[in-house]
Design a protein around this ligand. Structure first.
Ligand code: AMP
Length: 187
């Protein structure tokens, strides 16, 4: 089963994705973590990606599409995966649909974590103190929220046409939200 966790930055995708992946015994593919590792190691991809990442902008599709395809093609993701942080653009969504479609598979559920903008900003500022991410500056936070609305939120309509989008209230305790996701997916 392939499940996409969608939501604005700070909506809790990483936390809920981890719980869900452990429960279902599926790998979690997290493009943000892959990019952070590449930036840390200063690989050619990391050097290029870092220029966008630090400003809170999306890393261009030309740089991330191959990485996404490689991840989906890994043997561990044959039976399914939790997608965290991608697809984030129309081109990425097309790639995911095409790659899974060629294998007779598809995205089964889109979980949309719904959190107000005020709460997102509050969480990201709090996280900045703890994690020290280079994209948690006030400017980068603002850019990330705008980018989500402009580039990623339109994917909701794309998937809603297929009737696979579930809106999950993203406020409440971590356990409450995980319970709601369990109820929606039925396992
Ligand atoms: P995240 O950890 O998912 O919030 O992602 C942090 C940053 O990594 C984003 O602001 C982008 O710069 C970059 N990033 C992560 N995933 C993607 C993606 N699928 N496409 C483009 N950029 C991404």
């Amino acid at each position: 089963m392939f499940i996409l966790i969608l939501g604005a930055p700070g909506s809790g995708k990483g936390t809920q994705g981890k719980i869900l992946a452990a429960r279902l015994g599926l790998p979690k593919i997290t493009t943000g973590d892959l990019l952070r590792a590449a930036i840390r190691e200063q690989t050619p991809l990391g050097v290029e990606a870092g220029k966008y990442y630090n400003q809170g902008k999306l890393v261009p599709d030309s740089l991330v599409l191959d990485m996404i395809k490689d991840q989906l093609d890994r043997p561990g993701a044959k039976e399914g995966a939790i997608l965290d942080g991608f697809p984030r653009t129309a081109a990425q969504a097309e790639l995911v649909d095409r790659t899974l479609g060629q294998r007779g598979q598809r995205l089964h559920h889109i979980l949309l974590l719904d959190v107000t903008d005020e709460e997102l900003v509050r969480r990201m500022r709090a996280r900045a103190h703890v994690e020290g991410r280079t994209d948690d500056s006030p400017e980068a936070i603002a850019t990330r929220l705008q980018t989500y609305q402009r580039d990623t939120a339109p994917l909701i309509a794309h998937y809603a046409q297929r009737g696979i989008v579930h809106r999950v209230p993203g406020t409440g305790t971590v356990d409450d939200i995980a319970g709601e996701i369990k109820r929606i997916i039925g396992r």
